[in-house]
Design a protein around this ligand. Sequence first.
Ligand code: AMP
Length: 452
Amino acid sequence: MTFQDLNLSTPLYNALEDLGFKQPTPIQEKAFPVVMSGSDIVGIAQTGTGKTYAYMLPILRSLKFSTQLNPRVLILVPTRELVVQVVDEIEKLATYINVRVTGVYGGTNINTQKKAVAQGLDIIVATPGRLYDLAVSRALQLKSIQKLVIDEVDVMLDLGFRHQLINIFDILPQQRQNIMFSATMTADVEAMITDTFKNPKRISVAASGTPLDNIKQAGYKVPNFYTKVNLLIHLLQDAEVYHKTLIFVSNKRMADRLFEALEQQFPDECCVIHSNKTQNYRLRSIRQFEEGDNRILIATDVMARGLDIDSVSQVINMDTPAYPENYMHRIGRTGRAEKEGSTLVFTTTKEEAFLENIEQLMDMSIPQIAFPEEVEVSQELTPEERPKIKEINNPLKRNKNDEDAPGAAFHEKSKKNQKTNQGGSYRRKIEQKYKKPKTRGDKHQNNKKKRR
Ligand code: AMP
């Protein structure tokens, strides 16, 4: 496919030619018709796949010239660096288009940004906090926003921007197109999609250039987390093979739990990164791993994203990712730059369906290694693994209908609360007084009788 097939405008073709881009990347090809159609869209794509232009090409294609002051497109990104980068990319693409783009982010003078916004603009690129401040102070009107782009939503949620995003959604027009991009799928991202989107179209591409041929893949079937830990400890004894091992876990809790267990076995050989660790701690961990001071690094999907660490010898998946794209991103951390890499994935019975999805995406099956006999199978379960207690047919359990079943506490209602509303209080008073129903008709009747 070429850019000609996308039916772009001449100014866009010219800008692309200046940039030297010959053909759309897979994510651009997939996203273009969906964004043009106006429906909500969720794109799963890593940085480097051309995702910025995947949403910018169709947005610029459909944006009409306007002199109105309020922006019509809002692009939210997690960091100020990304604001600068996205603004820069848009400006390159819009070289021959009359479009006003402004970037705003926290940590700098808000008054300068208020002035910039007051000049009028079409597209605003922002970090959530600063955008909200500008909107609340009324320096920025969001009532004309037609398209909302949330880029790197997994990082945003991991950094704790969820509430800020919700606050922003509340002040945006209901009628708008939502466009979301994320490199990884997490439970938080999935929840945000269901809460915010109207039947979004989903598109995804595997990490570009994941050199599957360079990476030796294998798996173990393991019953539970602590058995996975035992197996991992067993494997890591071989410091030669596992001399630079990146271990992926699905969440922070798991990362801390695993770090605790490995620290005991391999003191001063492990480090961990996840978003609850300070920036300094994370940088130090990465440096120690990179320089070979620590041979084991435990990381969550989102945190490991930006890592471009040389010659990772092994990637170990402690869990089997529910989204196959995450697996592709993880294993792409090894086998880089034509080097041989190796990866293992641990799968519980519950995770077997995920493994099938991964194999389907890669169109190959992952060879399974027999569980080593010398490794102890743990009976200990994590809180998440423990079965939810459902007591069916427990003879000691009291039935709801039992006389002595605990229910709502019972006590006599006070006199006042015992009253029920019977309506027509005047009629009832008259009834009591005359001992028989009195209606208007009756009254006349009675009067007539009196007169006679
Ligand atoms: P992104 O995934 O948006 O961070 O883009 C990664 C890099 O790819 C950026 O430097 C873009 O300028 C570049 N890029 C975007 N689209 C294309 C394309 N169609 N062909 C070649 N490079 C591209």
